[in-house]
Design a protein around this ligand. Structure first.
Ligand SMILES: Cc1ncc(COP(=O)(O)OP(=O)(O)O)c(N)n1
Ligand SMILES: Cc1ncsc1CCOP(=O)(O)O
Ligand SMILES: [Mg+2]
Length: 205
């Protein structure tokens, strides 16, 4: 997993529209997460089926939010697990040892230590800024990234991140920036995604 933009899909009901919004952004993403909190299971399955081959063709690992079984069904590269989404071990039992399993740690260093012990592939912290996508998300501060760096896992920052507020998170040690609105709600999502990519090139040798 290289540092870069971890793009997460917005809640979008229309499959064709979702695909047409995501496809032009893949050249700028290190990872793509399929997340749709509004869709029913059938729509989520259909959307994941549509996105998986796009990511494969673009060489971008495809991560499914919340649901290791769906990740398995669409041959995704991995799954993202929050506090209500089961254990790393349960996900690995379904997806196998090579899958990417990421874990939400919110503002909680102890949870990050546990995730590291359980062999997570990355730990995610945030929300760092107010998020229109998840308004009630727990909040974290950049200092947490400094403390969690010692765990030696790739660190993902999430929550209200835009090209304009992202730099302090990279300076604090974030390896990946997980973004929904900062790209998809930007006036030109391709421009925003390209600017995120450039941010990584300019902040790391
Ligand atoms: C990369 C990344 N980080 C955090 C989350 C949030 O996961 P969770 O707490 O399970 O909340 P939902 O996304 O399920 O609403 C994430 N999805 N991705
Ligand atoms: C899933 C999630 N978890 C914490 S904030 C958030 C939403 C991220 O979306 P945005 O980049 O639009 O704030
Ligand atoms: Mg979840």
């Amino acid at each position: 997993m290289q540092p870069g933009l971890y793009l997460i899909t917005p809640d979008e009901a229309d499959i064709e529209h979702l695909v047409s919004r995501v496809k032009p952004l893949l050249p700028f993403a290190e990872l793509l997460q399929y997340r749709n909190k509004q869709a029913d299971p059938a729509l989520r399955a259909a959307q994941a089926v549509a996105l998986a081959p796009l990511c494969r063709a673009a060489g971008v690992p495809f991560i499914v939010n919340d649901d290791p079984r769906l990740a398995f069904d669409v041959k995704a590269s991995g799954v993202h697990l929050g506090e209500h989404d089961g254990s790393v071990a349960a996900a690995r039992a379904i997806l196998g040892p090579d899958a990417i399993v990421g874990v939400s740690c919110y503002d909680d260093l102890e949870r990050a230590r546990k995730a590291a012990d359980e062999d997570a592939d990355y730990i995610a912290f945030g929300a760092f800024f107010p998020s229109a996508t998840k308004p009630n998300a727990r909040r974290a501060t950049p200092a947490l990234l400094g403390a969690a760096g010692a765990l030696g896992l790739p660190m993902v920052a999430i929550g209200g991140i835009t090209v304009d507020n992202a730099r302090p998170l990279l300076e604090a040690g974030a390896d990946l920036l997980a973004v929904v609105g900062g790209v998809f709600d930007a006036p030109d999502p391709v421009v925003a995604a390209r600017e995120f990519q450039a941010l990584f090139k300019s902040s790391r040798p």
